[in-house]
Ligand binder design. Structure first.
Ligand SMILES: Cc1cc2nc3c(=O)[nH]c(=O)nc-3n(C[C@H](O)[C@H](O)[C@H](O)COP(=O)(O)O)c2cc1C
Length: 201
């Protein structure tokens, strides 16, 4: 018999570093947080990554409709960026207004400060019911201003475990409430999966 709480805790071992995803659509820029991103290619000349985005996030349709996004690995001094982009929706506000950024080669916002960034074009998607798994071709990369210019990035990569263990106590209630709400919505949508032909959408 599957024990949902235990299973969820064990699956948390599979979360990725905390990443900030950014996108732009019709001049409107936005960003969100995910901890479900992985390298999706071993071929240096075909660099790819994948990331899992809930359909009810504003960023989802921006990425789906434009086929472009940037993914940023963050460092451990960027908890404020995680709260700003991951606790509120860009539907209601300009979340990038207070975060230094510039346009990348694809036109998507690139955060000036980060551990590293990857600009991507979507080459395929998988519907999971409640979310879309985006497969991206990496077309440009860079290191953030705070990471220095040498071969080894400076600063420490922000992992999901580090964020969950060290976030300020007053954020935790908000974080848990938002997670619970997302889990409830996702539970309703998760069983209805529609195959998508990305090239014929
Ligand atoms: C640590 C953390 C991890 C998160 N992981 C994911 C994730 O993997 N996928 C996702 O769709 N949302 C994830 N979220 C939630 C979104 O970042 C959040 O709902 C955000 O407000 C969406 O913004 P938007 O509506 O402007 O796109 C995460 C949030 C936090 C704080």
């Amino acid at each position: 018999m599957l024990q949902p709480d235990l299973t969820y805790q064990l699956l948390r071992n599979l979360t990725s570093p905390v990443v900030a995803l950014t996108a732009v659509r019709g001049g409107k820029k936005n960003g969100m947080i995910s901890d479900a991103a992985v390298r999706a290619s071993i071929v240096p000349t075909v660099p790819r990554l994948s990331v899992y985005v809930h359909k009810f996030n504003f960023s989802h349709d921006m990425i789906y409709e434009t086929g472009r996004f940037a993914l940023h690995l963050l460092h451990t001094k960027q908890f404020d960026v995680v709260r700003r982009l991951g606790f509120f929706s860009g539907r209601d506000q300009d979340k990038l207004a207070g975060i230094a950024h510039h346009a990348g080669t694809l036109g998507v916002p690139i955060l000036d400060e980060c551990f590293a960034h990857f600009e991507c074009t979507v080459v395929n998607v998988m519907d999971t019911g409640s979310s879309t798994l985006f497969l991206g071709d990496v077309v440009a990369v860079g290191r953030g201003a705070a990471a220095g210019g040498g071969l080894e990035p400076k600063g420490e990569l922000l992992t999901a475990t580090h964020f969950r263990s060290n976030m300020p106590a007053e954020w935790r209630v908000e974080y848990e409430a938002k997670l619970k709400e997302a889990q409830q919505v996702a539970a309703e949508l998760s069983r209805t999966i529609q195959p998508v032909d990305w090239n014929r959408r």
